[in-house]
Design a protein around this ligand. Structure first.
Ligand code: DAK
Length: 257
């Protein structure tokens, strides 16, 4: 499929999605959200893709939020529809069977921070800045930020960011647990590709089931979640991956998945 506002490349099992509106700091307008949704749906059924990396074009922004010029004149019904579209993009990324790494190369504000939070792993450049500045615009976050942020960094720290609308830098995001790692700007994509490559070399079904166990399990109580994990563990034994992985260990050779 051809896209206008995103670039998609696939190499060695890693799909890289680049939001490509650098003149608007990669802000998410309707078309961009629709393209991200369509692209997520394509990737979800592509067995050749083992890991996804999401980033923003240029050196300044990952995604500077939902497109304010597109939202300015919306009435309540249009805003509800726009919010639902954005949330379905976040859900589609979070629910992708493959792990998703956010390569946060600059401003990750509002919908951009929300999109990063819908990814499974976040690596940030040392130039990245984060925030949920919606209150400065007279709105609440609309793409899941009030829910994913407190789940990720705890209620108190999330409330400070949500209520003040203030930005934080990459080191502060690291301290709060909003990102996994901070690397120099010029090394960000390589670091993400290296991590993606490590994940892509593992048993793909096992990696997918790990993601499912974590994501579904966090919505359950511990007893139910561990029972769910046991079912997924059992499922692995119906796949050739488990045979290959364990045989390779016992034969003292690298596994080929
Ligand atoms: N939308 C549209 N255009 C944007 C943008 C955005 N979010 N962010 C930046 N741009 C555009 C600027 O307007 C400017 O365009 P030109 O004037 O050149 O045409 C260009 O990108 C470069 O930006 P600046 O000139 O402002 O660059 P600076 O370096 O001076 O400043 C900045 C960078 C990131 C600090 C600044 O651009 C900024 O504050 N941007 C806005 C950040 C922001 O507030 N983001 C949150 C957006 S609100 C909901 C649905 C969704 C949402 C909420 C509710 N419901 C339906 C309930 C989501 C809300 C958001 O994400």
């Amino acid at each position: 499929m051809n896209y206008t506002n995103i670039l998609v490349t696939v190499a060695e099992g890693v799909a890289t999605i680049t939001v490509n509106r650098p003149k608007a700091l990669n802000a998410l307008n309707r078309q961009t959200l629709e393209e991200l949704l369509a692209c997520s749906r394509e990737i979800a059924v592509d067995q050749g893709v083992r890991v996804v990396v999401v980033t923003g074009a240029g050196e300044k922004a990952f995604i500077a939020g939902a497109d304010i010029s597109a939202m300015q004149s919306m009435d309540a019904l249009a805003a509800r529809e726009f919010g639902r579209l954005g949330q379905s993009v976040m859900d589609a990324l979070e629910d992708l069977p493959q792990p998703v790494i956010a390569a946060i190369n600059g401003f990750a504000l509002g919908g951009g921070c929300e999109l990063a939070m819908a990814c499974d792993i976040r690596l940030a450049s040392d130039t990245a800045r984060f925030g949920q500045p919606e209150v400065k615009l007279g709105v609440v976050p609309g793409f899941g930020g009030t829910q994913r942020l407190p789940r990720l960094i705890g209620r108190g720290a999330a409330n400070e960011l949500l209520f003040s609308g203030e930005m934080i830098n990459a080191q502060e995001a690291l301290r709060l647990g909003l990102v996994n790692r901070v690397v120099p700007q010029g090394e960000l994509l390589a670091a993400c590709q290296e991590l993606a490559g490590k994940i892509a070399a593992q048993g793909p079904l096992a990696v997918r089931l790990c993601k499912e166990a974590v994501n579904r399990g966090l919505e359950m109580g511990l007893t139910e979640a561990c029972a769910h994990e046991a079912e997924l563990f059992a499922l692995c034994f119906a796949s050739p991956e488990q045979k290959e992985g364990m045989a390779a260990f016992l034969e003292k050779r690298p596994a080929k998945f």
